[in-house]
Write a protein that binds this ligand. Structure first.
Ligand code: MLY
Length: 274
């Protein structure tokens, strides 16, 4: 059975505070998701935000939708909250005087767009306007503080919402760092980004949450063993300066795995049979 991540325990273990709810552009109660796979809607093209396109719901996860632009390939899916201001019911664009556009990288000749649009909408299940929710207003200023914990979308794996920390604050931006992971996934975003959530949001909304990775010792200990079982001490352990220092020093780098196609000879130093 799925055990939600124990934030209370983790906050104690890491002696840290969650960023308060009022820092975020998110509702106190996560919005209900009544979208169904296959429904069509209008979405801003993430690669060309001046265009409104037709999108199809590919999957639903908590209050989020995995979307694919009709006429695009399956390599550019993106995720939106059901209360995103970037999605609307079909008809919204035209009502506001706009015209639906082919997505960037439309797989056909541009001249076939009008017929493509007609065919893609014919007989389609259109998401009813009542299941779209109004985007919350959010704070007018950056209220985050360095060290505060939050839940954040991993932009490189955008289906994931992960345990994260505010690593830095600068003007209207925050630096999101992922607990237990080296810097490769970190990013800067505006304080009112829709990709960051207060601690407990995933549990409340029924969205899975990624626990910390295993970069640091605290994270590893937290993940590996239930809280009730105390950490084993090495034989003859005494809290020497050396062991205290060891806890704060940089962790060893993880092993690097390189996959080599068997057919390729890697040179004299590579055993291609490994
Ligand atoms: N398969 C990927 C997943 C990384 C996820 C990192 N997030 C949680 C910050 C990898 O191991 O690189």
């Amino acid at each position: 059975t799925y055990q939600p991540f124990d934030w209370d325990e983790y906050l104690k273990e890491t002696n840290s505070e969650p960023a308060p709810q009022h820092c975020f552009k998110q509702t106190v109660n996560p919005p209900v998701n009544d979208f169904k796979v296959g429904m069509k809607l209008e979405a801003l093209d993430p690669r060309n935000v001046t265009s409104t396109c037709i999108a199809t719901v590919i999957s639903v996860l908590g209050p989020r939708l995995r979307l694919r632009l009709d006429g695009s390939d399956n390599k550019n899916d993106f995720w939106r909250l059901v209360d995103s201001s970037e999605i609307h019911a079909i008809g919204h664009c035209e009502k506001s005087g706009g015209m639906l556009q082919p997505p960037l990288g439309f797989r056909m000749n541009a001249s076939s767009w009008p017929m493509f649009l007609l065919k893609t909408l014919n007989g389609a299940e259109m998401a009813p306007s009542k299941i779209f929710q109004k985007e919350p207003s959010g704070p007018g200023i950056n209220l985050f503080e360095v060290g505060q914990k939050l839940e954040a979308v991993d932009k490189k794996n955008p289906q994931l919402i992960c345990c994260a920390t505010v690593g830095a604050v600068k003007n209207d931006q925050i630096h999101v760092t992922f607990d237990g992971w080296r810097g490769a996934f970190d990013y800067w975003c505006k304080y009112d980004s829709r990709d960051i959530f207060p601690v407990g949001w995933c549990a409340k909304s029924g969205h899975p949450m990624q626990p910390p990775g295993q970069k640091n010792h605290a994270g590893a200990r937290f993940r590996m063993r239930p809280a009730s079982i105390p950490a084993p001490l090495p034989a003859n352990h005494s809290p020497t300066t050396e062991s205290l220092e060891a806890d704060t020093s940089a962790p060893p780098p993880p092993p690097i795995v390189i996959h080599i196609r068997k057919a390729c000879a890697g040179g004299p130093l590579i055993d291609s049979n490994q």
